[in-house]
Design a protein around this ligand. Sequence first.
Ligand code: GAR
Length: 219
Amino acid sequence: MAKLKAAVLISGRGSNMQALIDYCKTDAAAAEIVLVISNVPGAAGLDRAAEASIPTTTIDHKKFADRESFEKEITQTLENHQVEMICLAGFMRLLTKSFVDHWQDRLINIHPSLLPAFKGLDTHERALAEGVRFTGCTVHFVRAEMDSGPIIVQAAVPILSDDDPESLAMRVLIAEHRCYPLALSLIAQGKIEIVGERVLIEGAEAPGVAFLNPTDDVD
Ligand code: GAR
């Protein structure tokens, strides 16, 4: 069966991109990464993608007069590569409604909190300041409003008494690296249905106790 053609958009180190690449290199993967785009010239993730022999390109937002022309170039590049699914992985540019609508249900993002809590930046600092007992990460379909959209996978990460933003970010990142490949794999296997603003997953019922929902042994 033909694999789902995915692209990853990055702005930085690309560790989530790497987790997606690693998943896609497994024999059972139903998706393949056909392109990595960075909006930041020289982003570390570009080297990692090139090492994995994945085509990369830089589309520097600073070279465009406005968001629309920047995004038009991204869409054109993605369409030239027949991309079917876009994965935002630490892509730090806000996207316009027109771009998001064009890629409706074909655009997913990972965010380092349990959405809808802690949208935006500095999620770990804010989770610590609020004293919440759990934070985590979320993979979701992107809608026009920032950090919103149907949730596909979440993992909860307990906050420890001696955590600082860096130690917490590190543990959340480990969870991110499990969640993102799981979400892409569920989509690529056609197991996901969006009903209203909820995602239903074939074969996945929430277990009684779970820190990763759905569990990553769904098959
Ligand atoms: C990740 O923690 C990701 O969740 C976050 O940026 C980091 C990128 O790391 N994304 C956002 O905050 C988006 N709002 P990576 O480049 O190593 O994947």
